[in-house]
Write a protein that binds this ligand. Structure first.
Ligand code: IMP
Length: 191
């Protein structure tokens, strides 16, 4: 199997990507710890490409990176690429978002996930994006998931991301969709 370096130092993220890309014919491995990359892009796609490209160049291998976050319509797309940096903890980030949204009637929002794959020379071979639309609740609901999951409600399922089983969340989430469309192209990449 050809090695593909995952542009993350987080073993949880590696496991998640392995689950999405099982049977794709690639062996996913963690990036070297000393290799730090700043997310300086102003879109999810730009950050995913930047991370994949730099990790490929630094390691001389194929590399894969993702970037994701929450965009709230009434906040002009914030927190967006700053989703992870919106506060120190998940509860601080949620509290800040709910405070900024206040009693706004338009609660529409979406999670977006961009994924990029770079060749060993750093050029981008594949890009993919997944979007999941939903609404921001006034208070958290559910204990599962991570990040903004307890306040992200999906009307079609009548559940927040935090109330869904991991399987259900994977089947409809921004990340699930981005990886599903990538899976087909990935098999073709080595042919
Ligand atoms: P990154 O893609 O690892 O940079 O993470 C972006 C940030 O967006 C995370 O730290 C979370 O705060 C948020 N985020 C991305 N995807 C999800 C999700 O599926 N549920 C909840 N929060 C998410």
């Amino acid at each position: 199997m050809t090695v593909m370096v995952v542009a993350t130092g987080n073993p949880g993220k590696l496991r998640e990507m392995q689950a999405y890309l099982v049977d794709s014919g690639w062996e996913l491995v963690l990036k070297p710890q000393e290799l730090e990359i700043e997310e300086t892009g102003d879109t999810f796609a730009a950050n995913a490409c930047l991370k994949a490209s730099l990790v490929a160049l630094a390691t001389g291998n194929w590399a894969i990176a993702d970037d994701s976050g929450l965009q709230v319509d009434a906040l002009n797309g914030r927190p967006g690429v700053y989703s992870a940096r919106y506060g120190k903890t998940d509860s601080e980030r949620i509290a800040r978002l709910l405070n900024e949204l206040g009693n706004e009637v338009n609660r529409s929002a979406q999670f977006t996930c961009a994924v990029a794959i770079a060749r060993p020379d750093g050029t981008i071979a594949l890009e993919s994006e997944g979007i999941c639309r939903g609404e921001i609740l006034h208070a958290p609901r559910g204990d599962g998931g991570f990040g903004y999951d307890p306040i992200f409600y999906v009307p079609q399922k009548q559940l927040t991301f935090a109330e869904m089983t991991p399987e259900l969340k994977r089947s409809i989430s921004h990340r699930g969709q981005a990886f599903a469309s990538l899976h087909k192209d990935l098999q073709r990449l080595k042919e």
